[in-house]
Write a new protein. Structure first.
Length: 292
């Protein structure tokens, strides 16, 4: 039968069994009992939109390649590292920015509209929750769709920067070899060395995506804000995250300290498995739509 356009892209989703009816019932019970649900999402909610994650067994970027994302210090320190970063990002951007939300993103937006969801925190930088229409939301690690100047703080849209890149590099061409979770692609040194990177239009400073690179930290204000939203909540649901990154994990620790019930929906083990009230090994886009 014909596959609908909205059918999930499962190339980057680890193998798992369909949701067990008992699991569905347990998660339904968990969500129904919650009045102010705090939800944290990770890369596993976006894999069904065709964006690979880093850590999944067999299909994640770390499993398939020896590549690691750029470090904050390297980006700030090295002009050639920035040139390499932006050249790859320029090539990957048209595909990366065209990804669309899947059923899981849309369900969470609906829960918000129904007053079921108190606050959503995503560790993803792909803007898919925004595209889905979520509003009660914090992008913990920022968003690739925004760029700002490290010098003066001026912000521009990533799509606008793409036009500057095109104007500066009218004859530059490069074929991409595979796309990473952050929109990065693989290019050779020869391809990169002629790529021109624009400076800030206001002060001539360094332009950086509005995302928390590895080795960088989330601002104190943002962390405090999320802790406040968590304090107003009565239960926590983690969807599509192994919670290996401390910047997200600390909120689960805070929830445990408050003795809030915690449910996890993630394919594969997570850092919270030993203290969660509920652990479900299913695809977010398959299980979440079954909850009313």
């Amino acid at each position: 039968h014909a596959v609908s356009r909205a059918s999930p892209n499962l190339a980057f989703v680890p193998a798992c069994l369909p949701p067990d009816p008992v699991d569905v019932e347990e998660l339904q019970h968990f969500v129904s009992n919650s009045k102010r649900l705090f939800i944290m999402t990770g890369a596993g909610i976006s894999t069904e939109s065709g964006i690979p994650d880093y850590r999944s067994e067999g299909v994640g970027l770390y499993a398939r390649t020896d590549r690691r994302p750029i470090q904050y210090a390297e980006f700030v320190r090295s002009a050639s590292a920035r040139q390499r970063y932006w050249a790859r990002n320029f090539v990957g951007w048209p595909q990366f920015s065209s990804h669309q939300p899947n059923r899981a993103h849309l369900v969470l937006r609906d829960w918000e509209k129904l007053g079921k969801l108190h606050w959503l925190v995503t560790q993803n930088v792909d803007a898919l929750h925004t595209k889905a229409g979520s509003q009660r939301m914090t992008e913990l690690h920022g968003c690739t769709h925004r760029v700002f100047c490290l010098g003066c703080g001026d912000q521009i849209l990533r799509s606008e920067l793409q036009e500057h890149f095109e104007a500066l590099n009218p004859t530059w061409k490069a074929e991409a070899f595979g796309v990473a979770p952050d929109g990065d692609v693989f290019l050779t040194d020869e391809q990169v060395c002629n790529f021109q990177v624009p400076a800030c239009r206001k002060c001539g400073g360094i332009l950086k995506p509005d995302v928390t690179f590895f080795g960088d930290t989330v601002s104190r204000e943002k962390v405090d804000f999320v802790h406040q939203r968590l304090a107003e909540s009565d239960s926590m649901l983690v969807a599509g995250s192994s919670m290996q990154v401390y910047s997200g994990y600390r909120f689960a620790l805070a929830a445990r300290e408050k003795q809030m019930p915690i449910a996890i929906l993630n394919i594969g083990p997570t850092r919270l498995d030993h203290f969660a009230s509920l652990k479900l090994n299913s695809r977010c886009g398959e299980l979440l739509p079954l909850i009313v």
